[in-house]
Design a protein around this ligand. Structure first.
Ligand SMILES: C[S@@+](CC[C@H](N)C(=O)[O-])C[C@H]1O[C@@H](n2cnc3c(N)ncnc32)[C@H](O)[C@@H]1O
Length: 271
């Protein structure tokens, strides 16, 4: 399956994070800046009409995942992080600056990973524990497959958390299910592990639901993907994730009008 068709969406998110103090200048792009300016009126109208907008959702998503990761680091000493589909996320830089001992590996499709490596080469003082690698979450084998990266990039004796942000909703449910099963299986080889991802419920308010529906339809066209809402609510998503091989699943919600929630699939420490 060709999935680089939606890589460009990372540019908008990257610029949104930059505009809200969650990124660094080296990760800004002219295309992201252009998209950010072009979508300004739509974002403004959405905020006025619905009390929320895409930008707010992107910020809440990112900061909720940050908070969850900090909690996991406190709970699981020596925790390592793999951020899959990192795009222009500056979390690797932010966390590595704050926690220099943290092993933080960012991963994306080869082209996006190469762009990220080039951008980070301009950042002074990067931690030697911070790396960017090529990874295709759908690859069945080869050096860019999940299993190969888990073997190559991490210490099997320490806990690991995998993050996917802004990725799974571009895939149809059978693909999501297969990826989650492989993640659970791969993570089981670590003494304790977690998988953090976000998902979306259909908004309760009718007008916002219609706008979300139309937005997803537009995104499907421009990104040539299956972008859409996969679950009717957070409980259904949590059950689906748990049934793919996790011991338990925790759910975090931002509150307010945003229909987003973050799932943390957990594999508890084994004796
Ligand atoms: C919507 S962007 C999200 C990027 C970033 N996490 C964010 O929140 O902005 C989707 C990202 O998924 C990456 N991607 C697409 N297909 C992928 C795959 N098969 N394996 C890994 N990453 C993939 C794209 O290159 C892109 O960076």
């Amino acid at each position: 399956m060709e999935t680089s068709t939606f890589s460009f969406t990372a540019l908008y998110t990257g610029e949104t994070w930059a505009a809200h103090g969650l990124s660094i200048p080296e990760l800004r792009t002219p295309a992201g800046d252009l998209m950010y300016k072009a979508l300004g009126p739509m974002e403004w109208a959405s905020k006025r009409l619905f009390g929320t907008n895409l930008r707010q959702m992107l910020i809440e998503r990112h900061t909720m995942i940050d908070r969850l990761l900090i909690g996991l680091m406190e709970e699981l000493p020596g925790l390592q992080v793999l951020e899959i589909a990192c795009g222009l996320s500056a979390r690797g830089c932010r966390f590595s600056r704050q926690f220099p001992e943290l092993r933080y590996v960012e991963a994306d499709l080869p082209q996006m990973a190469a762009n990220k490596v080039a951008a980070l080469a301009r950042v002074p003082g990067l931690s030697s524990n911070h790396a960017v690698v090529a990874l295709d979450i759908l690859a069945d084998g080869g050096p860019n497959a999940l299993e190969a990266v888990l073997t190559r990039a991490f210490d099997r004796k320490r806990p690991l958390v995998v993050v996917t942000e802004g990725l799974m909703n571009y895939f149809p449910l059978p693909v999501v299910s297969a990826v989650w099963e492989r993640l659970a299986e791969g993570l089981r080889r670590f003494p304790a592990a977690a998988y953090v991802t976000e998902s979306y419920a259909p908004p309760e308010k009718r007008l916002l639901r219609l706008a979300a529906h139309m937005g997803a339809a537009g995104l499907r066209v421009v990104s040539r993907s299956s972008a859409g809402i996969l679950f009717k609510d957070a409980d259904e998503a949590a059950t689906h994730l748990k049934d793919r091989g996790f011991d338990r699943v925790e759910v975090a919600k931002p509150g307010g009008a945003n229909p987003i929630f973050v799932l943390a699939g957990r594999l508890d420490p084994r004796a």
